[in-house]
Design a protein around this ligand. Structure first.
Ligand code: SF4
Length: 298
């Protein structure tokens, strides 16, 4: 192991636990793609397991902690973000990643999602969006399509689905992207960008749930809006990004899967940077004070 900030070659096998648990995700689950993208992205950005904290919520996505060998905190339902925020503020040198499902992040933890974006906390937030509650056996989630039938909505959902990209942008996230489990190359690149971004980076990751999503949506064919000649917008322009997100979120439920980088604001300082600039927090990680026997507390 190396110290935080120490440069060294990192092998992607380091993120595989020594005693490797067999993933209990169902065959064909999109969650495997998130794990693979993270294992590819972290070594490329030079973040070792001991420099990385993964906070998860409750759901099939929460099992990610068992299969990715970094520091981890499996929180309660919808609460990965406040734990991740506190960790990043206490130790800004830590690479903090939060993850959860659409039910966990957009439903139960929706309030934390809005305010973490508003405050632009420096972290990557990956939402496994399979339009359903998977672990609890297929209940309607905030992103389930209108009319979707489940045990909780047997006559079909009468609700319009949440638009997570637009919500994130309007709440204040400084990086917003959507990728899909069926596009592993794009997924890796987007996770790399999100990790390297200073500020709140929200990645809506379309992950199919073949077990409980009765439509068995696989999110294919997909279109990368950066690669397609049909789409031309500037992701640094908030108005153009908002329009592209609106089109993307409306098209999804008509079967047109658009993915890509939607919004990037490199100039906005993160919440931690703001607090340090006004002198409310020290420059060095707070944790160092606890390890320093000589430190004189005021
Ligand atoms: Fe994946 Fe759905 Fe199975 Fe959960 S229930 S592991 S989300 S396929």
């Amino acid at each position: 192991f190396s110290a935080i900030g120490e440069e060294r070659e990192i092998d992607r096998d380091e993120y595989t636990p020594g005693v490797e648990p067999q993933p209990t995700w169902c065959p064909g689950c999109g969650d495997f793609s998130v794990l693979k993208a993270l294992k590819q992205a972290l070594p490329e950005v030079g973040r070792s397991p001991e420099e990385t904290l993964l906070c998860t919520g409750i759901g099939c996505s929460g099992k990610l902690n068992s299969y990715l060998d970094t520091y981890g905190f499996h929180t309660i339902h919808g609460r990965s973000l406040p734990v991740a925020r506190a960790a990043k503020l206490a130790n800004p040198e830590l690479e903090v990643i939060a993850a959860g499902g659409d039910g966990d992040g957009y439903g139960i933890g929706g309030n934390h999602f809005i305010h973490t974006a508003r405050e632009n906390h420096d972290m990557t937030y990956i939402v496994f969006n399979n339009e359903i509650f998977g672990l609890t056996k297929g209940q309607t989630s905030p992103t389930s399509p209108k009319g979707h039938k489940s045990k909780t909505q047997p006559h079909g959902s009468a609700k319009e689905p949440l638009k997570p990209l637009s919500l994130s942008l309007n709440a204040g996230a400084s990086y917003v992207a959507r990728t899909a489990a069926v596009n592993p190359n794009q997924a890796k690149e987007i996770i790399i960008e999100a990790i390297e971004h200073d500020g709140f980076a929200h990645v809506d990751f379309l992950t199919q749930c073949p077990t409980w999503n009765k439509d068995a949506r696989q999110y294919v064919p997909y279109i990368d809006v950066q690669e397609s000649e049909e789409y031309d917008f500037d992701p640094t322009d908030k108005v153009e990004a908002a329009e592209m997100m609106r089109e993307t979120e409306e098209a999804l439920y008509d079967g047109k899967v658009l993915t890509g980088r939607y919004y990037v604001d490199e100039d906005r300082p993160s919440y931690g940077q703001e607090k340090r600039a006004i002198g409310e927090m020290p420059e060095e990680p707070l944790a160092e004070r606890y390890w320093d026997d000589e430190y004189e507390w005021e």
